[in-house]
Write a protein that binds this ligand. Structure first.
Ligand code: SF4
Length: 410
């Protein structure tokens, strides 16, 4: 089984790829965070998508299916980042985004001859992106909506695997198609699984107008630019936005500059959060610890700030140099990569590189302190008392994080 990160939200990659499979194929889907893989399943072909920390486990699954003579296709972020490695464990790999290469592979498969590698030359357009197959969703939150409107981000932060995978190209689905999928969900709460919904302002405005009549509540990830943009925030709020996730990453400007994310101006953070709150939208921030300019003071400094500005949620991460990123290349050149055991590249259980201003143990302890303090009852009460959205929205999420962090399996 794979472990869901903290909260157990539906992932959509495989139900989406299933929608690209011709109707004569019968598709079953195993969401491994929910149910174990049936290694004895009577199937003709297995396709698996995965991130770096799942790689050893997935290679083992692939070996077991291949021993039964069942061809295995591997794709997803880790395959795109290190294709040469993944190729050793698969009959076929799909490198990059799959909109063109996955149907091409299936067509070749029907002809009885397929290549060992299918690679998207350039990031594909999303003009004909289908709706994901909801009948293949497994998770408890199936009645709520999980979809995407855009893909990619124009920035190129050194630590970001998305920047490598999507080659900094932002693509959009047709607004009408997104609105139709948005409307198709029976639930009230929708999550856009976008990398940066604010990438294309004109597109975002059109989307907001199209989804507003459905009177649902939605959430998405955006870059900090969204927080400077009153028109974006107003349109978002009017269309039902209740929650935005922003990668603040660090309270140290030197750290942001170091990884080419200097457009995050630390001096603006408080103002941005206050502005988003003024539109009745709650804020979840992504925070990363372990940059070269981070000293041990960064942990308490960060927590003091998040509590003072009343951020509703935060996701803390230990800096992790995913293979293929500029950060990985730099740390490798400096001889600071401590392990290539991909299982440890999950940003929360282990430090996989030598930090500059503290020990690996101190970085791990600081990360744990941040989670404990932020999701302690005192901090929750203090932060949520300043929430622009009612407790009915923010308290369950905080309590879910608290429970998940206290009692998740190790
Ligand atoms: S802004 Fe966010 S999504 Fe875009 S490259 Fe930087 S870290 Fe990645």
């Amino acid at each position: 089984m794979r472990r869901a990160r903290v909260l157990n939200f539906q992932q959509i990659t495989m139900p989406y790829l299933a929608a690209l499979v011709p109707p004569q194929w019968e598709v079953t889907h195993c969401d491994e965070a929910m149910i174990p893989v049936d290694l004895t399943a009577p199937v003709d072909l297995v396709a698996i998508t995965f991130h770096t920390p799942s790689a050893p486990h997935v290679y083992d699954l692939a070996a077991q299916f291949r021993r039964r003579g069942i061809p295995v296709v591997l794709g997803g972020p880790h395959v795109t980042l290190v294709p040469e490695e993944a190729q050793q464990y698969a009959d076929v790999i799909v490198v990059g985004e799959a909109e063109v290469s996955w149907p091409q592979f299936l067509a070749d498969c029907e002809q009885g001859h397929y290549a060992r590698r299918y690679a998207a030359g350039a990031p594909p357009a999303l003009t004909h992106a289908p709706m994901a197959r909801k009948d293949l969703y497994h998770r408890r939150d199936y009645s709520g909506g999980r979809l995407f409107a855009t893909r990619g981000c124009a920035f190129g932060c050194d630590f970001c695997s998305l920047a490598v995978m999507y080659q900094r190209q932002v693509r959009t689905r047709p607004v009408a198609a997104v609105a139709a999928e948005y409307a198709s969900f029976p639930g009230k709460v929708i999550i856009f699984w976008d990398d940066n919904l604010a990438s294309d302002r004109a597109y975002a405005n059109a989307l907001f107008q199209a989804i507003a009549p459905y009177q649902k509540w939605w959430s998405s990830q955006v870059s900090i630019q969204a927080g400077h943009d009153e028109a974006f925030l107003e349109g978002a709020a009017r269309s039902g936005c209740k929650h935005l996730f922003i990668g603040l990453e660090s309270l140290s400007q030197a750290s942001m500059n170091e990884v080419h994310k200097g457009f995050n101006r630390v001096e603006d953070y408080a103002r941005v959060i206050e502005r988003i709150h003024s539109y009745g939208i709650s804020v979840q921030v992504g925070i990363v610890f372990g940059f070269d300019h981070d000293s041990e003071a960064i942990f308490a400094e960060t927590l003091d700030f998040l509590e003072a500005v009343g951020v509703q949620q935060a996701t803390f991460n230990i800096l992790t140099p995913y293979p293929g990123t500029r950060l990985y290349q730099r740390l490798e050149a400096e001889g600071r990569i401590l392990t290539r055991d991909w299982r440890q590249y999950n940003g929360r259980d282990a430090v996989v590189f030598q930090p500059k201003q503290m020990s690996a143990a101190a970085l791990l302890a600081g990360y744990q302190y941040a989670n404990r303090r932020f999701y302690g009852l005192t901090s929750i009460a203090r932060r949520l008392s300043r929430s622009p959205v009612g407790w009915w929205w923010t308290a369950p999420l905080n309590l879910a994080y608290l429970a998940a962090l206290r009692w998740r399996p190790s």
